[in-house]
Design a protein around this ligand. Structure first.
Ligand code: XMP
Length: 537
């Protein structure tokens, strides 16, 4: 059966990826493309969504699209800027909005007969976020929803091919937003809801067998979700033709190397574990400058990985756990790069390996669903992201084995505490956690999850250049502080500090100061991204 997809044209909104995620949650397929890259061959395209944008239609640098490429042929849904752009292009009026068009609003009028609003509740809550508003619709268009302040909150063309909404159905605060997207994609465009992890595994395994044949494949494992799921998928497809390499650079979490190696062996993977910690720590001795640290680690990693890879002389493929957001970020149309992460690893060029990226169309939550369907243990699947350079970017100052040991111990107490502390969630919070793929049963409108599963990422940072005075028993101490960092996020591009419960923080702080020799003070990082970043270096 021919793959069918919705094209989301990206005008640079921060929530474009969320639109795609919502469509994937509906088990339909979609692809995000830059606003000016609508495909010439669109035989598999069943509908088009125009995203929001940081620009106003009146900005000279605003992104514009030639609507004639799909106009009248394919159903179109404009969201926020997408809706305003269409109105503006077709002769409607768009003007600066009042401040009331930010945040929650309720739809006071809804045309329940319009297919876009099938199944909607009266007064449904939506999320507004726009600086301009459509004050007059083009000819041939009519409003299909309003709020008390926004008459044209949603509109449709009389010809039944075009819709626009000035609110954001993709964000959680638009309570029936997913229903609206479902109505567009499934009812209006005729999208099939046939994506399932089991189907994905079945078709991908068949494709991998077909393309790889009897060749040998090398894959670099990091202990993270993406590379682990890619490995298990490939293992299912080609078994012992796959060799995985897992490098210990000496700055992983406490016991991580041993634990992850054990997990991999239980999963039946053919893994070579390389303890290269001496090399990394020797090369890093005395280095304090963050970028220099990253460069040394990147270089050493490539050297160690390549030395192992070259032993597999008949390898033809290098497999990687690249996922869809990794690729969208590199396609970022606004071209603003905040901080470049060199993911450690590199292609041994002289080996002329071809690249195999079986997860390249998936979002993180889909990768997790695939992992579950492959029978992988939950602790591997729900694991937080961890930076390639590891604790090196969480030790401020030079790196020594002793500092790594101190940080590993503090981090271990923090992470174990997060896993053990359970919280009950309801409403928006519960929905957000469930949509991120966390397995939890809803009972009486509530779910119980650990703090660990509720947050995106957490860790401890050793401020090894800072010392402060404390008192332990009768002794004066003069030791380092540890900072704790925990953030909520959907994609790591933006993040907020997690509002952890005070009793939890008190217990973790006590345990760290009492048990970790070398630490006499614990702080909590309350900075969001931007302007801070998640990692301290
Ligand atoms: P920042 O610090 O830029 O981090 O807010 C965003 C996300 O990327 C992770 N990170 C890295 N991941 N190699 C990686 O594989 C790196 O060099 C690297 N630096 C940061 C970070 O943990 C967060 O999830």
């Amino acid at each position: 059966m021919q793959q069918q997809k919705i094209i989301i044209l990206d005008f640079g909104s921060q929530t474009t990826q969320l639109i795609a995620r919502r469509l994937r949650e509906l088990d339909t397929f979609c692809e995000i493309l830059p606003y000016n890259k609508f495909p010439a061959d669109d035989r598999d395209v069943i509908g088009v969504i125009l995203s929001g944008s940081p620009y106003s239609v009146y900005d000279p640098e605003a992104f514009r699209v030639d609507l004639s490429q799909f106009w009248g042929r394919l159903p179109v849904l404009g969201i926020c800027y997408g809706a305003q752009f269409m109105s503006h292009e077709l002769g409607g009026r768009v003007e600066p909005a009042g401040s009331r068009e930010y945040g929650r609003a309720n739809l006071s009028y809804i045309d329940f007969e319009n297919p876009l609003f099938h199944g909607f509740e009266p007064e449904s809550q939506v999320w507004m976020s726009h600086g301009d508003t459509i004050t007059a619709l083009p000819e041939g268009f009519h409003p299909i929803a309003s709020t008390s302040h926004v008459r044209n909150a949603a509109f449709a063309a009389d010809n039944g091919r075009v819709w626009g909404v000035q609110f954001h159905p993709e964000v959680f605060h638009s309570v029936q937003g997913t229903q609206l997207l479902r109505n567009f994609v499934v009812d209006i465009c005729g999208g099939r809801q046939d994506w399932s992890p089991a189907n994905f595994v079945e078709t991908t395994v068949a494709e991998l067998r077909q393309t790889i044949g009897t060749d040998r494949v090398i894959l670099g494992l990091s202990g993270g979700v993406d590379s682990s799921v890619a490995a298990v998928l490939l293992n299912k497809a080609i078994g012992r033709q796959l060799t995985c390499i897992f490098v210990d650079h000496g700055m992983l979490r406490k016991n991580e190397f041993q634990n992850v190696m054990r997990d991999y062996e239980c999963l039946g993977l053919n893994v070579i574990g390389v303890d290269a910690s001496d090399k990394f720590l020797t090369d890093l001795a005395g280095v304090t400058e963050p970028e220099k640290k990253r460069k040394i680690i990147g270089r050493d990693f490539v050297e160690v990985f390549n030395a192992e890879a070259k032993k597999i002389t008949d390898a033809r493929w290098l497999a990687q756990g690249t996922i869809y957001p990794d690729r969208i970020e590199s396609l970022n149309i606004t071209g603003k790069v905040i901080k470049s992460h060199h993911n450690v690893g590199g292609l041994p060029e002289e080996m002329h390996l071809q690249l195999c990226e079986p997860l390249k169309w998936l979002f993180k939550d889909e990768v997790r669903r695939v992992g579950r369907s492959l029978g992988m243990p939950e602790h591997l699947i729900t694991r937080h992201p961890f930076p390639g350079p590891g604790l090196a970017v969480r030790i401020l100052g030079d790196i020594t084995r002793e500092k790594v040991r101190i940080l590993q111990d503090a981090d271990d107490i923090f992470i174990r505490g997060l896993r053990n502390y359970k919280v009950r969630l309801s409403g928006d919070e519960a929905r957000r956690v469930l949509a991120a793929g966390v397995p939890a049963d809803m009972q009486n409108g509530e779910i119980e999850v650990s703090l660990y599963d509720q947050i995106w990422q957490a860790g401890a940072i050793l401020l090894s250049d800072v010392r402060s005075v404390g008192v332990m028993g009768d002794e004066r101490t003069y030791e380092n502080p540890v900072a704790l960092r925990a953030v909520t996020s959907t994609d790591a591009m933006t993040a907020d500090w997690a509002h952890l419960p005070y009793d939890f923080m008190a217990a973790v702080s006590n345990e760290i100061i009492n048990k970790v020799r070398g630490v006499n003070r614990v702080c909590y990082d309350i900075s969001s991204k931007p302007p801070s970043t998640i990692e301290w270096e």
